[in-house]
Design a protein around this ligand. Structure first.
Ligand code: GLN
Length: 489
């Protein structure tokens, strides 16, 4: 039998239906490869026993004619999703030993569709980062390397474990979360596809909160079709999350018709930023040509408030984070460092439990929310956020989908961008606008740079129009025909 770990989810579902292999065989193939790929450090916790039990149950369901939409498909789960009885860390020391007594809605929905969980995937601490370097559980290694260069590269972040696992063939697909780019940026840096759906499309219930008005769950997989299949299972209204929207979940797979004739594609002129590599600029132009050659119409558009997006994000996200993270006090969850008084216990626990980047965000967040600075920073950022949304609303009167690069650079080394948080924040320059406006965005692998590293293109859609977004992404994917593989998978 050929290596089952290289199949797409769609192909694996066909193979399972045709009884070419069992869910148990598919799971075992992944578990063996996980053992061989430990150096990627993609998983914080592996759950082989649970995976085998779920796979066996899936084989029984299929034999009984009751297979679900993802029955028998082995997935990795970002360790930000609470999983009942399974260690959930958010990549932080402060959640030491935390085993939730409940299941997140998204993971429950995946299990209801028959998915198998291989384990919990590494991430930047509390999803704060773009390199997976802030995890308490160590760096995740990108399976890709520059040609002729053994330097280990970052997989992106914060869903770095998810992206590395999917690219490294140790999960057929993975869940991610995206607050400012954490699904799309790691997907771009690992040659995988990642979609952040519209805010409200998936329930946030049971996902460790970072910035509640920006966080959304979504899939990372190896094709647009696989993302469509996974998103269909993950999405839907949940009475336990009042921000999840009461709307029917379309059949996203059906949206992939291959036909984008007459569709209007916007090219925002403000996304041509200083310092962006010429290769990315060229790929962006190529992407536009591909879509045009398939019958779409290109239109230059303007999103004038783009330049304020990063500063706005880095006020709003830390503000919400500082409030969300107040609950980690040594009393209710995980780590506790005893002190002589209650206050001292709080202080010692938080000092020991949070990493440097998380502390930086909490300090920025409490500062911008403080009485003296609230109007100057937080309120101002909220106003600009509204203007950024208005830019998109105006643009979507003229176009159906917007095409941009996903990131300003390819994957970088662990010591590049070191000690310069602002340089690191620039990774999200093309993605944060989408979260601030609550829109859906997808990154599709579109080519390799001169050093052989994957580059992605981003498509942005109208709110709750993931169907047009996926349809366009599918055409882009076919034109790009990205078939390169990292070495050694
Ligand atoms: N890289 C961004 C940050 O550090 C986005 C993270 C995310 O989307 N979770 O905040």
């Amino acid at each position: 039998m050929s290596d089952l770990t290289h199949l797409t989810i769609a192909a694996a579902l066909d193979g399972l239906a045709a009884k070419k292999f069992s869910a148990r065989e598919l799971t075992d193939a992944h578990l063996s490869k996980m053992a061989a790929q430990k150096k990627l450090n993609a998983y914080i916790t592996e759950t082989p026993d649970l995976a085998r039990a779920q796979a066996d149950a899936s084989d029984q369901r299929r034999a009984a004619g009751k297979a679900g939409a993802l029955d028998g498909i082995p997935l990795g789960i970002k360790d930000l999703f609470c999983t009942e009885g399974v260690l959930t860390t958010a990549g932080s020391h402060i959640l030491d030993g935390f085993k939730p007594t409940y299941e997140s809605t998204v993971t429950q929905k995946l299990f209801d569709a028959g998915a198998v969980m291989l384990g919990k995937l590494n991430l930047d601490e509390f999803a704060m980062g773009s390199s997976n370097k802030t995890s308490y559980y160590g760096n995740v290694i990108n399976p890709w390397k520059r040609q002729g260069d053994e330097t280990e590269l970052v997989p992106g972040g914060s869903s770095g474990g998810s992206a590395a696992a999917v690219a490294g063939r140790i999960a057929m697909g993975a869940t991610g979360t995206d607050t400012g780019g954490s699904i799309r940026q790691p997907a771009a840096l690992t040659g995988t596809v990642g979609i952040k759906p519209t805010y409200g499309r998936c329930s946030r219930w049971g996902i460790v909160a970072f910035a509640s008005s920006l966080d959304q769950a979504g899939p990372i997989a190896r094709s647009v079709e696989d993302c469509a299949i996974m998103l269909g299972a993950m999405a839907g209204h949940d009475p336990k999350d009042s921000t999840s929207v009461e709307m029917a979940v379309p059949d996203f797979r059906k949206a992939l018709t291959g036909d984008i004739r007459g569709l209007k594609i916007g090219i925002p002129k403000e996304y041509r930023v200083d310092g962006m590599s010429g290769e990315i600029d060229a790929l962006w132009a190529k992407g536009a040509e591909w879509l045009k050659s398939q019958g779409a119409e290109l239109k230059e558009i303007s999103l004038p408030h783009t330049k304020y997006a990063l500063p706005t994000y880095y006020i709003i996200a830390p503000a919400e984070a500082s409030s969300n993270l107040a609950r980690y006090d040594g009393v209710r969850f995980g780590l506790r460092v005893p002190g002589n008084s209650l206050d001292e216990m709080y202080e010692l626990t938080r000092a020991a439990g949070f990493g440097k980047e998380v502390k930086r965000r909490i300090m920025i967040g409490t500062y911008v929310l403080s009485a003296g600075y609230y109007d100057a920073y937080y309120l101002q950022a909220q106003r600009i956020r509204a203007l950024i949304l208005k830019d998109f609303t105006e643009a979507f009167k003229d176009v159906d989908v917007i095409l941009t690069p996903s990131t300003p650079s390819a994957a970088f080394g662990f010591h590049e961008n070191e000690d310069d948080p602002v340089q690191m924040y620039l990774n999200d320059v093309f993605t944060v606008t989408v979260n601030l406006a609550g829109l859906p965005g997808i990154s599709v692998p579109a080519g390799l740079d001169g050093k052989g590293l994957p580059l992605g293109l981003q498509l942005i859609g109208r709110a709750f129009d993931e169907e047009t977004l996926l349809r366009t992404a599918h055409v882009l994917e076919r034109s790009a025909n990205f078939t390169a593989l990292p070495a050694g998978v």
